[in-house]
Structure formats: structure tokens, C-alpha cells
Design a protein around this ligand. Structure first.
Ligand code: SF4
Length: 329
């Protein structure tokens, strides 16, 4: 079945940015034969991006562990015994040294993550100093700090913050099975505050948590129906961490992961789609399919917050084998 036959709407507008995606449309994309879906995703990818370019970011955990939230996938929650020790917020100079090293290895964006429900005022001062310092190195800046007030979002913007990461994680219906300490609307409220402050939005989710196809449909439909699409859409594959409630979650078929990337690419054609957590366990063939499906960003470096990520040498070798290169800022 071709795309035109499968989609309950005219496919003429595919590739244009639209914010009125229905679940029926997103479901129809997931139901396409794999080769049709990949063909459309690649065609649409080329309308907006050079398919040989990958944006490279580095992620540093600036405040690890001891988080009060209960996200079922997260080894940093204080509610689970995962062996991750709670640490204090890093010193500004130490963070800047890491940013210089990331820049030297080819990263154009430096992301800083803190395991907080929301930042305390004095901690936000320190994070603002980090943002200023990283910006002065000529890198793009991104932070993920939990829920923000409108004033906190504005202060981050004034420090020079380019992106704020705040994931919707999954569909509205499945969200309560994964997190009980905050609700979906809390996430949407923070995203609105970030937008209102003029900061770019980085927002995606995690697949393989038991959400099923309908959960993936709901997640992509929600992201693609935001009034402005997130500029960056990280799609994570669950990393099953010992001690978390999802430790024994069966692994998702890698082709279902690739499909999710392709559907995200088609529904948010002008956004950068990031192949995020879970790459350590992914074959290079699967990663290559993800790039073909329209993923055009990765995290570089051996660790993603607290979970393993392929080392820089492995990633560089893979990009060379695929004839791909780092996107210039
Ligand atoms: S995902 Fe973030 S908010 Fe949730 S437990 Fe982990 S660090 Fe806390």
C-alpha cells in the first residue's frame, strides 16, 4: 500500500510544517509498509536538511542523582536503588573545562542536565553562570533542569540559553503509568513558559517502555500538534537499568524504533530529530537506518547522564563509514 492509499488525508502537503496532525494520520504512517515509510521520511528529510549532515551535541550531568521525582525509567530517582549516588551541583569552572573539551572533539552544542524536579533560585544563579560561560566559548547551550516558572525561563534566556530540554516522555494516556509525581499538563506548562521566554524547545520522548503502538502514536501526535514544533526532537530507546521499575521491560523491536524516527521526521519535517539514549545497545545497522529515516542529531561521548553511550571513536568511525559529517552551526 502506498502512502497516498494509506493516509486518510491528501498527502500533497506532506513535507510542509503542519500543527494539526490527528492520531488517525499518525497511526496511518506507522501502518505503512516499512519501505514506503522510509522512502517518504527520506524524501521529506531532503526538503529541509542535507541528509549527510549530523548535528553533534554533548551532554554533561551537572547535578547527578537524588531526584525527588519517580520517573520509572530513571536511575537518578531517589526512590529506586540503582547505585547512582547523589552529588552536588558541579562548580562552574569544572563545567567550562568539560565544555572546552567537548568543543575540541567537534561538539557544536553543549547540554547540561540536572536531576531536579525544578531548580532552586540559588542553583539557578550558578546554572546561569554556566550558560554564560559556555556561550562565550562559541557553543550553543542547552539545559534540562525540570519544571520552570516564567521568571526562571526568562533568567535563563537572559543568560544566553539557546535550548531548553523538557521531554513529554510518552503519550498523555500512558504518562501516569510512568510518572506519578507530576502530570502531563505540568510538562506542557513548562514548555509554554520556555517558548514565551524566546528559548528554543528540545522535546521528545522515550519508546520501549511498554507504551505499545498507540502510546507512540499519541506521543508523536502530541508533539506534532504543539503550536510550534520543538526545534529539536530527541527520540530515546529505553535503557533498562537495574533497580528501576522498567529494568525487566522487554526490548522493543529495533525496526519499531526506526519507524518512530521516520514518523517523527514526517510529522515534524523542519525539526532536528535526535537519536538519543539507547544507542549503546543498538547495532550500527539500526543506527544507519535511523539516519536514513531522518534522524540528524546524536549525543557524542561515552556517557549520557548516567547511562553508557558509544565512545567518540566508535561514532566517528561510523559517521566516516556512512559518509556523514558534523553539521556546522
Ligand atoms: S528523569 Fe529527571 S525528573 Fe525524572 S527522576 Fe530522572 S532526573 Fe528526576
Amino acid at each position: 500500500m502506498s502512502l497516498a492509499q494509506a493516509l486518510p488525508i491528501s498527502s500533497a502537503g506532506l513535507g510542509q510544517v503542519r500543527n494539526d496532525w490527528t492520531r488517525a494520520e499518525v497511526r496511518a504512517l506507522f501502518a505503512l509498509p516499512f519501505c514506503e515509510l522510509m522512502f517518504e521520511a527520506q524524501r521529506i528529510h531532503r526538503l529541509h536538511f542535507d541528509p549527510t549532515e549530523v548535528q553533534i551535541s554533548t551532554l554533561l550531568s551537572i547535578k547527578t542523582g537524588g531526584c525527588a521525582e519517580d520517573c520509572a525509567y530513571c536511575p537518578q530517582s531517589a526512590q529506586y536503588d540503582t547505585g547512582v549516588k547523589a552529588e552536588k551541583l558541579m562548580a562552574v569552572e569544572k563545567v567550562l573545562a568539560e565544555a572546552r573539551a567537548a568543543k575540541a572533539s567537534g561538539a557544536s552544542r553543549f547540554c547540561m542536565g540536572a536531576a531536579w524536579r525544578s531548580p532552586k533560585e540559588r542553583d539557578l544563579d550558578t546554572v546561569c553562570a554556566m550558560v554564560k560561560g559556555v556561550k562565550a566559548l562559541g557553543m550553543e547551550t542547552c539545559v534540562t533542569l525540570g519544571m520552570l516558572t516564567p521568571d526562571q525561563a526568562m533568567r535563563l534566556k537572559q543568560s544566553g540559553l539557546d535550548y531548553y530540554n523538557h521531554n513529554l516522555d510518552t503519550s498523555p494516556e500512558f504518562y501516569g503509568s510512568i510518572i506519578t509525581t507530576r502530570c502531563y499538563q505540568d510538562r506542557l506548562d513548562t514548555l509554554e513558559r520556555v517558548r514565551a521566554a524566546g528559548i528554543n524547545v528540545c522535546c521528545g520522548g522515550i519508546v520501549g517502555m511498554g507504551e505499545g503502538l498507540e502510546g507512540r502514536v499519541g506521543m508523536i501526535a502530541t508533539l506534532a500538534s504543539l503550536s510550534v514544533h520543538p526545534e529539536s526532537v530527541p527520540i530515546n530507546m529505553l535503557v533498562q537499568v537495574e533497580g528501576t521499575p522498567l529494568a525487566n521491560q522487554p526490548k522493543l523491536d529495533p525496526l519499531d524504533f526506526v519507524r518512530t524516527i521516520a514518523v517523527a521526521r514526517i510529522c515534524m519535517p523542519a525539526s532536528v530529530v535526535r537519536l538519543s539514549a539507547g544507542r549503546e545497545d543498538m547495532s550500527e545497522g539500526t543506527q544507519a537506518l535511523c539516519f536514513l529515516a531522518g534522524a540528524n542529531s546524536i549525543f557524542y561521548g561515552p556517557k549520557l547522564l548516567t547511562t553508557p553511550n558509544p565512545g567518540r571513536d566508535r561514532d566517528t568511525a561510523l559517521l566516516v563509514r556512512l559518509g556523514m559529517r558534523a553539521m556546522e552551526r
